[in-house]
Write a protein that binds this ligand. Structure first.
Ligand code: PDD
Length: 286
């Protein structure tokens, strides 16, 4: 049985209810986070809570909980669910008004807070050894991709485009520049240098993106944070997708053509090893 949290109450997920008038349902008017949990320790939880706060502030939605209260709720969800490694999903919407109106409701309407957890499924040995296939597409999303909102239709269409083509991810280009993946950040390796676009309103500030760059910096992998041309992606030696659930996963074909040698490369293997090592350190030392 999965335990969920809805507006102050812990209950079985199957019994969790929100109103069909909820603005998350009617308008996609909400924020979310996905937090990986290893050995019952939430990974980078402060950073996830900070990013949630930024999304809520940009949405002009009052944060219903302090960072400390969020941590307590997340901790409780982790404790009440059966798995050692979990993926905690957290969502805040602008709540349920009595009528449908695009404009914000009055202060009497409270935000809806929902959390649940799922077993964390990270890429298996086979996927890591072979890498995954990706397709590319034009980035058709809006100009606030830095916000982690539940208005996700474009992301869903773009991820489904990958699935329809037997692929794991869609790599997005806007005006011939790399932005990110449908649900991941994308890193490029070329001539021994790791390349990634700088954070902007065109991409999500990934928590894993930050960890990867910190590891590149601290362990001495050459890297450049700068705009990356579509042509550079197409002539890359290695491509990786990164996210809280995929960690660091090599992309070995793009639009049916091999990336570099067509096999996972040495820089990706190195970063994967550093990432696992960092995770273990965090789990041991908090
Ligand atoms: N998605 N870019 C997009 C569009 C994403 O949806 C995600 C994560 C990322 C990577 O962010 P992070 O490293 O913080 O997980 C980048 C989550 C996992 C999801 O929607 O399930």
């Amino acid at each position: 049985m999965v335990t969920a949290f809805v507006n102050g109450q812990y209950l079985p997920l199957a019994e969790a209810r929100v109103s069909p008038m909820d603005r998350g349902f009617l308008f996609g008017d909400g924020a979310y986070e996905v937090i990986p949990v290893y050995s019952r320790r939430p990974f980078r939880v402060d950073e996830h809570i900070t990013r949630l706060a930024s999304t809520l502030a940009a949405m002009r939605l009052n944060n219903p909980h302090t960072a400390q209260a969020w941590k307590a709720i997340i901790g409780e969800i982790v404790a009440r669910n059966p798995w050692e490694d979990q993926s905690v999903y957290l969502q805040v919407t602008r709540g349920a008004d009595s009528k449908r109106n695009h404009a914000f409701p009055g202060p009497e309407v409270q935000p809806t807070v929902f959390l649940m957890s799922e077993p964390l499924v990270t890429p298996g040995a086979e996927q890591l050894a072979r890498g995954v296939a990706a397709v590319s597409a034009a980035d058709i999303r809006w100009l606030r991709c830095d916000l982690k909102t539940v208005s996700m239709l474009a992301n869903c269409l773009l991820r489904q485009h990958a699935i329809d083509n037997g692929c794991a991810e869609t790599v997005l280009f806007r005006d011939s520049f790399l932005t990110e993946g449908a649900a991941s950040s994308i890193f490029v390796c070329k001539d021994g240098v790791l390349l990634v676009p700088p954070k902007s309103h065109l991409m999500l500030p990934g928590i894993t993106y930050d960890v990867v760059l910190e590891l590149a910096r601290s362990r001495g992998m050459r890297h450049e944070v700068r705009e990356v041309l579509e042509a550079e992606v197409r002539s890359a030696d290695e491509l990786w997708m990164t996210s809280s659930t995929k960690e660091v996963l090599p992309i070995t074909t793009l639009d049916g053509r091999p990336v570099g040698s067509g096999e996972p490369g040495p820089m990706g293997r190195q970063m994967y090893a550093w990432y696992q090592d960092f995770k273990l350190t965090v789990m041991r030392n908090g």
